[in-house]
Design a protein around this ligand. Structure first.
Ligand code: R29
Ligand code: ZN
Length: 265
């Protein structure tokens, strides 16, 4: 019954804003998923993650009507991710978040069914095998995405510069110049432990091209910082009915026999 797990908010298909197909025909490696900790398998071959981000490659912030993207210059290998489960070097192209209308839900992945108020996605594409993101996004091992859970607690000083820029991109289609932002400040500080599995984009075209790397440790942001995320609009400035940008997450998808590996015991 609901009361048993009401504190964890049984996730239903009602919440997410996105009305797209909840299941992709034939998709057997869809994302997000629930990470069942006791079913994950420790893999000693997994290496430490090697993010190398150059803050000067940060270019702009853009409201795409689904989330806000902090976009990086990915025409060189100045900001890359390698190591971990990856065989190649992947270029950072953007990061974005998913969040809820309140602090009880908002993440895409869950850990033992536990929901977080928000989730960060750092998106990288395989620049050793492909020459453009648009190519890589259609290929088997084209993308590598780091997922980081957000919890409400103390203010995240590094995030504040980003939060202060959000009012300038309140509506769908708006963009503002944004520079010198080190996405490394959004990675957990105490441990690099992670889970990894093969999955997909969680928004159309839902292509199954992602090596997911979900960090075990969350980061903390303040209630007020998250409230600014919720002040963004899904809608363009000229639309009659304005809609707050909240619940921009997809519901969990079937595991379909996949194994989630862990970098830690
Ligand atoms: O880049 C995206 N769309 C634009 C696009 C352009 C050209 C071809 C295909 C797609 N989507 C997208 C990329 C990466 C992630 C997600 C969505 B996510 O699942 O939210 O987190 C990871
Ligand atoms: Zn995402």
């Amino acid at each position: 019954n609901l009361t048993a797990c009401s504190s964890k908010y049984v996730l239903s298909a009602v919440h997410p804003m996105w009305k797209g197909p909840l299941v992709v025909p034939g998709g057997d490696r869809q994302s997000p998923i629930d990470i069942v900790v006791r079913k994950s398998v420790f893999d000693s071959e997994l290496k430490p993650l090697k993010p190398k981000y150059d803050p000067d490659t940060c270019q702009q912030i853009y409201n795409n009507g689904y989330s806000f993207l902090v976009e990086y210059d990915d025409t060189t290998d100045k900001s890359t991710l390698s190591g971990g489960p990856l065989q190649n070097s992947f270029r950072l192209c953007q990061f974005h978040f998913h969040w809820g209308e309140n602090n009880d839900w908002g993440s895409e992945h869950t850990v033992d069914k536990r929901l977080f108020p928000a989730e960060l996605h750092l998106v990288h594409w395989n620049s050793e095998k492909y020459s453009l993101f648009e190519e890589a996004v259609m290929e088997d091992n084209g993308l590598a995405v780091i997922g980081v859970f957000l919890k409400v607690g103390k203010r995240h000083e590094g995030l504040q510069k980003l939060v202060d820029a959000l009012p300038a991109i309140r509506h769908k289609g708006s963009e503002v110049e944004f520079s010198h932002f080190d996405p490394g400040c959004l990675l957990p500080s105490d441990t690099n432990d992670y889970w990894t599995y093969h999955g997909s984009l969680t928004t159309p075209p839902l292509t199954e091209s992602v090596t997911w790397i979900v960090m075990k440790q969350h980061i903390e942001v303040s209630h007020d910082q998250l409230a600014v995320f919720r002040s963004l609009q899904f809608t363009a400035v000229d639309e009659e009915v304005q809609k707050s940008m909240v619940n921009n997450f997809r519901v969990q998808q079937p595991l379909r026999g996949r194994t989630v590996r862990s970098s830690f015991t």
